[in-house]
Each structure stands twice: as C-alpha cells, then as structure tokens.
Design a protein around this ligand. Structure first.
Ligand SMILES: [Zn+2]
Length: 307
C-alpha cells in the first residue's frame, strides 16, 4: 500500500508539473535559452545539459528568493527564454503570478513540484503552507531533478540520451554527498545536535540527516518575528546549553543578534558558529558556488561549531 501511494504521488506530481509545460519543442532552437530562478535550480540544469544550452540565473549569491521581484531585465530574459525552470512551492512568492502567466505560452517547470507529496513538510503556524526548502534534503531534491530530467528529455528529444546519461552521473554524485553529510552530522554529540538559524530553511536537512532544527522566523522571510520568539529562543538555548547559532548568507543577522544579546543579558555566552548558505548559493567561481559545495560547506560549518 505504501509503495502504491508512492507511485500515485509520483504520478500526480509529474502530471501536475507537465500540465504547466505545454509542448513547444518545435520552436525550441538547437541551443535553447533556459532561465533558472535560483542557483540550486541552475546547478541541476547545468549538470543535465552542460554547454548545450544558454543558461541564465536570475537570483545570484546572497539573494533572498522569498522577497525577490522580477526586474525589467529579468522580464526581458523570461520573455526571450525557450524554457524557464523555477524551484516552486511558493519559494519565489513574489514572482509566481509572472511565472504562471508566462507558463501559458512556453514551458515553465517547477522543479520541486515533481517531489512526492509524502516527502513534503508543512508550516506549523496553522496555515499549512508547504515548506519550499526541499533542496536541503538531497534525496528529495534528486526526485525533483529526476522529474526535470524526464521533462527536458521530452522537450529536447535530440538531447534525450545526453540528458539521461548526465542525470545518472549527477544522481551518483549527490548520493555520495548525502552519505557524507549523514556521517558528518552523526559525529556531533547527540545532545549538541541542534541547528539554530534565522528562518526555518533547514527542516528537511534536519529530518534527512538527524539534527534538531529551530528557526526564529517561519518558512518564509516575509513573516516577522516578535519579542516572544526571541525570548523563547533564549530560554531554549540556555536550557539546552547550546554553543552556537548560525547566520544565513541571504538573510540579515539582525534577528539572531537579538538572541545573542538576550543570552548575554542572562549571563550566557553563545557564539556565531558561521554563515550557512540556505536560500542562495555562494559566488559562482568558489567552492560554495555549486549545490554540492553549498551543502558540504554548511555541513562542515555545523560540525565544526557543534562538535
Ligand atoms: Zn527560505
């Protein structure tokens, strides 16, 4: 039964995503123009298609996708693209209308929406929104990339074998990285396996790799945090004797500074364990400029600070 529901979820997820991707392959050129929203999505396309496509990424290092609005330059890129790939599940909350509108005229593919329903987490603020940070669990993200690979093979049939082969290589690499992360997190003493960040971007990471996760803001940076949230976090840190909190490259550290000050006022010193890449990757030419590099950096930073 479990297995059947897996398949059903997969079929529903895939048919949903395909319905957003009207076939326009006759009009797609030999070296298609693809636009990706986030770096993590672009990394998947780059690994599947290499230089067979002209790839542009809208959101660079340090950009918060929850708040990002398409500029006029972005609108031109989207209008000229053959295919657009975004993360989905409302990560690009301020771009969703534009993406849906363009989706009526060309393939617009939400990578994370290929991921099976039973792997999705929802916000616990009573609104039940799907947590969009699915790239944090490699096993889930891999399912999304698999769906993307299948759709790209249909849209670009003369590159299908190339894409299929590249997917296998990418998948093998990601599985290796996932295993490395599991081992590394497992090396932190159990009582110290708590990851505190500004916003709730690491829930899937926590579930996949066995670390308790707490964020001051909700799953979107659009939501505000209050004094009560800071005070609850301070009490939690002191009661659990937690050594470090982590800032995020795409989010202001102001909220966590309030927590650090709050701890200090109660005579408890907590340090910043480092900067994590949550919703955006690092500079292109650096080790954190790839999806696997970003996850490796995050893991190493967490382990170094908490071990
Ligand atoms: Zn986020």
């Amino acid at each position: 039964m479990q297995k059947l529901s897996y398949y059903l979820c997969a079929i529903i997820a895939v048919s949903f995503a395909i319905s957003c991707t009207p076939s326009k392959q006759a009009e797609i050129s030999e070296r298609p123009k693809i636009v990706a929203t986030t770096g993590m999505v672009a990394d998947a396309i780059e690994n599947l298609l290499g230089d067979q496509v002209e790839l542009k990424t809208l959101m660079g290092p340090g950009v918060d996708p929850h708040l990002y609005k398409a500029s006029q330059g972005d609108m031109n890129l989207l209008a000229n693209a053959d295919i657009i790939v975004y993360s989905g599940h409302h990560l690009e909350g301020k771009m969703i209308e534009v993406l849906h509108k363009i989706g009526k005229t060309k393939p617009v593919i939400p990578l994370a929406e290929y991921i099976w329903e039973n792997r999705l987490q929802r916000s616990d603020d009573g609104k039940g929104a799907i947590d969009p940070h699915l790239w944090m669990d490699i096993e889930s993200w891999k399912l999304g990339v698999n769906g993307l690979s299948d759709t790209l093979q249909k849209l670009l049939p003369n590159k299908a074998a190339f894409i299929a082969g590249n997917f296998k290589t990418y998948k093998d690499t990601l599985e290796k990285v996932s295993f490395e992360i599991e081992l590394a997190i497992g090396s932190i003493p159990k009582s110290q396996r708590v990851l505190i960040t500004s916003h709730d971007a690491f829930r899937y990471y926590g579930l996949a790799y066995g670390i308790e996760v707490k964020g001051l803001q909700g799953i979107s940076t659009v939501s505000e945090y209050g004094l009560q949230d800071v005070s609850n976090m301070v009490n939690f840190i002191i009661s659990r004797k937690i050594k470090s909190v982590f800032i995020e490259s795409s989010i202001s550290s102001k909220s966590l500074q309030a927590v650090i000050e709050g701890c200090k006022s109660k005579g408890y010193n907590i340090n910043i364990g480092g900067s994590l890449y949550s919703d955006a990757m690092g500079p292109k030419s650096s080790p954190v400029g790839t999806y696997k590099g970003m996850l490796r950096h995050n893991t190493q930073t967490i382990v170094n600070a908490l071990k």
